[in-house]
Design a binder for this molecule. Structure first.
Ligand code: HEC
Ligand code: HEC
Ligand code: CA
Ligand code: CA
Ligand code: CA
Length: 469
């Protein structure tokens, strides 16, 4: 190694990348950002690293949480007392099987089982008091026989609730320059319903697991910071009117703004994780002490459980710690001329009105690492009406059937590396970044139109910018 390179690396180690002049723009997660050396860019663990500024002792918590996130839960009773209680109904046996490599899920390919994705269900309900009470605390009226989610698997001796498949329809469209594009639209098909007939008016919402990088930073942003982007009556006349979902906080027993999930239906990572344990894996906790079974599922209610609750607060806290401290990777090629041009076009199209570039996190004494960070998540964490094309027609709390949370775009360019696919949007229908943009409608219609009217070169520049995130 030459002397100057050696000095350089010493400077890097002692000063850290930020002080060394690594552009602030590239440090998407502030001081938590991990800079992945170019030679490791084939590394599938790009989304699985602890925040850069996490101390050695706290890394211990991270790795303990990681093991509970990765390892499968088993049927009770089992010799591994800390990990039993799976099901009786469930989608998968671990967090990791949906959040593959802490990254994104995708819809099943032809003939595959659905794995890294789930389908929520509910019914419209009526105007009665019982419906209103249900909506206040659950956000939906559960389907009477199947509850609010299809668990397609069950422990031995019992049947999964139903078979879930996705059927696709192809749609064609045209760019302003005359070239054409094709999109595919999913339809959920439920069959082999094992516990009785599904309601005729069942509402379904297929959702892929999102990547979890930076979730702790998003959890640490103050409500007041996000409130600055709320514009329900579109006072500034740009056609964009983000708003909060208002959801039930179980531990606090009150309604608060939601920020996690594709429709902002969970208030924080702790409740989101506990809900995943109950709904996706069948593991009860102090937050959700009962398995989500309906009266029609009496035959499975008596299946042995793994304790009351099955998950200790201690393990839940470790998993929450893990999710909160998963690092955001630094950008790659952020100052490439094509990328910079793409960023300019992204702003001209007004994409950044929803995909907000820069936010400050608040102050959380339990997580000094996440506090007071300047971050570039490319989200406002608010709901937007995205039009009929993307609508699932299934309202949750205050989110309508066509409203979705602006997803963060950080890490987008590494999804293929980590997950070996580039399926975007809530149901993974977009096969790449461009298709994701072309599905935008509603409040984002004019941004989409801007993209459609771009030259092929400019479209490539926008996509190059997204890939640099
Ligand atoms: C069956 C697939 C599946 C499993 C298993 C699963 N998740 Fe998820 N996860 C999802 C989906 C889908 C969403 C989006 C939820 C929504 O839209 O309401 C999500 C969202 C999240 C989020 C919020 C991310 C964001 O940006 O909104 C966190 C945190 C999370 N999951 C943690 C966990 C943990 C912890 C576990 C294990 C206990 C887990 N998940 C298990 C599918 C899964
Ligand atoms: C009105 C707010 C709004 C505007 C403007 C907007 N978006 Fe989005 N964007 C969203 C929402 C909401 C979603 C999620 C929709 C869904 O999953 O159904 C989304 C999803 C995406 C995704 C997929 C991300 C993922 O994790 O699946 C990409 C990529 C994206 N937008 C890029 C852009 C670009 C580029 C522009 C400008 C041309 C733009 N967006 C303009 C709100 C907006
Ligand atoms: Ca259980
Ligand atoms: Ca169910
Ligand atoms: Ca506005």
């Amino acid at each position: 190694m030459s002397r100057s390179i050696r000095l350089l690396s010493i400077a890097l180690v002692t000063l850290g990348p930020v002080e060394f002049g690594f552009a602030q723009d590239a440090m998407s997660g502030g001081a938590t950002t991990v800079v992945i050396p170019r030679r490791q860019l084939s590394d599938r663990d790009a989304f699985s690293r602890p925040a850069s500024n996490l101390s050695l002792t706290r890394r211990g918590n991270f790795f303990a949480g990681n093991s509970f996130f990765q390892n499968p839960w088993v049927t009770a009773p089992a010799s591994t007392k800390a990990r039993d209680g799976l099901g009786p109904l469930f989608n998968t046996m671990s967090c990791q099987s949906c959040h593959i490599k802490d990254g994104r899920g995708r819809p099943p390919r032809r003939g595959e089982e659905m794995i890294s994705m789930l389908v929520r269900v509910s019914v419209p309900g009526d105007d009665g008091e019982a419906t209103q009470r249900m909506l206040e605390k659950h956000g939906v009226v559960p389907e009477p026989t199947y509850g609010d989610q299809i668990q397609d698997r069950a422990v031995a001796g019992h049947a999964g609730e139903a078979k879930v498949e996705i059927e696709w329809t192809e749609i064609e469209g045209k760019f302003a320059d005359g070239s054409t594009y094709r999109l595919r639209k999913p339809k959920v098909v439920l069959s082999d319903a094992a516990y009785g007939k599904l309601s005729d008016d069942v509402l379904t919402s297929p959702r892929v697991a999102p990547a979890l990088i930076g979730a702790g930073l998003l959890d640490t942003i103050e409500v007041e910071t996000l409130a600055a982007f709320v514009d329900p009556d579109d006072a500034n006349g740009d056609g964009i009117s983000g708003r909060f979902n208002q959801v039930w906080h179980v531990a606090r027993g009150e309604t608060v703004p939601g920020r996690f999930g594709w429709k902002c239906e969970q208030p924080d990572i702790r409740q989101q994780s506990a809900a995943a344990f109950a709904g996706d894996i069948g593991i009860t906790s102090s937050v959700f002490p009962r398995d989500p079974l309906t009266d029609a599922q009496r035959s499975v209610i008596d299946a042995p459980n793994g304790g009351e609750p099955e998950l200790s607060d201690e393990i839940l806290d470790l998993i929450v710690f893990y999710c909160k401290t998963l690092a955001v990777p630094a950008r790659r090629g952020h100052d490439d001329p094509v990328v910079l041009r793409g960023q300019q076009l992204f702003r001209q199209a007004n994409c950044h009105a929803c995909h907000v570039e820069t936010l400050e996190t608040g102050d959380d004494p339990r997580f000094p690492e996440l506090s007071k960070q300047t971050i570039h998540p490319y989200t406002d964490l608010l709901l937007h009406d995205m039009g009929e094309g993307l609508a699932d027609g299934r309202p949750v709390f205050e989110a309508t059937g066509s409203e979705w949370r602006t997803p963060p775009l950080w890490g987008m360019g590494l999804v293929y590396l980590v997950n070996r696919h580039t399926n975007y949007l809530h149901d993974g229908r977009a096969r790449n970044a461009e298709e994701a943009i072309l599905w935008h409608g509603g409040e984002a219609e004019s941004a989409k139109q801007y993209y459609v009217s771009c030259s092929a070169d400019d479209r490539r520049a926008i996509v190059a910018f997204l890939k640099s995130l």
